[in-house]
Design a protein around this ligand. Sequence first.
Ligand SMILES: [Zn+2]
Length: 445
Amino acid sequence: MAALLAAVLVVVVGPSTSAGADSTQLYVYQVSAPTDAVAQRLFDEGFDVLEDRTGTDLFVLGDAATSRQLRAAGFQPTIIQRLKPTGWAPPSTRLVPNSAAPAVAPIDETYYGGYHTVVAQYAHLTSVATAHPDLATVVDYGDSYLKTTNAATGYDLKAICITHIQAGDCALNPNVAKPRFVLMAQIHAREIVTGDIAWRFIDYLAGGYGSVAAVTNLLNSTEVWVIPTVNPDGVDEVQQGGNSPYLQRKNRHGTGCANPPTGSNQLGVDLNRNTVTHWDTTGTTNGRCTQTYPGSSADSEPETKAIEGLFRQLFADQRGPADGAAAPVTTRGAMITMHSYAGMNLFPWGWSNTHTGNDGALRSIAAHMSQLNGYDYGQPGEILYNASGTSDDWSYGELGIASFTIEMASCGSFIPAHSCTATDYNNNLPVLMYVAGIAGAPYQQ
Ligand SMILES: [Zn+2]
């Protein structure tokens, strides 16, 4: 039966996978990068290096020309995946907030088989806070780049604070009674499973208080802050691809790049390369249209400034400025920023293989995360590649809080079928609950 089914599938799938050459066809190339220096050269040459690694091989997204460029640069690329052609379906309507007469209720707006739009994410935050005023409050912590340039475009930047609210809880002040855990999603817009994991986590907490003991205990003791779309301008661009989402990674600051964006040519600044922490020293590219362009200066982007400002309102600075300084064992606070699709648990430093002053505790926490979700763990330079100016290096480096990146497995794709979000969510809910649960004293684990 299985063999018969397989034979039928081959017949069905065969024609579409043998489609003719297409200049807009995208490929994933596997490239050997046996040393840090070779890995860095991929960034220096401007290639779109994906957040994935197998052994000492890295992966590059590009079109047919990218293969020639890689070979010219001395690499030996192998095609391992053929993505959907970029002759995409007409973009969906740009879904700006407050648009008149939306086709569906804002909270129901989806694209690509169920992924929530920015408007839906924000309507969801409002809906949860309205339904659970004892548990949740929404904070507008700034404006996206496009909104700073024109109030009619772009988005507010929004977070939700979830806890069993007592007097003083969720205040924008680091001196509060409860420790805090922050979960960030979609700083890289095209890593779309992460936004929906944030959505599901919010519902799990708001719906579980009083009925799920672990949730009740967590929300009685801890503030959980969730930012479902750190980069809403970028997510808006992704969703305009409709059933073929655009692979926009960065924010939307800039001009003169491919429009609509492609996987290898797009305007914007990589918000996960833009922080001041060893800014533009490794894992970055110089071309404005490349994927890891770090911006014209450290902290140049409104989204970066706004989220750093929010973090400074939520957490006291608990670590000295030297790279090797340890945050004390009394440090409070933890954060996770979600990316895709390497299937890894990462911790600082990302700018170097140098260990932090809290390496023992961070590594121990990451090891436990890996027991829960089955991913590899390590510093980025140990199992992925070095990258500077990242948000978790910044939150650890500036404030001392325990900071982690989870690279969701995401079914091996930036844009998997929506059903994949359930798999990633189920695999990682225990990790989110675990790290939230140790926010009161992460370095005493
Ligand atoms: Zn990412």
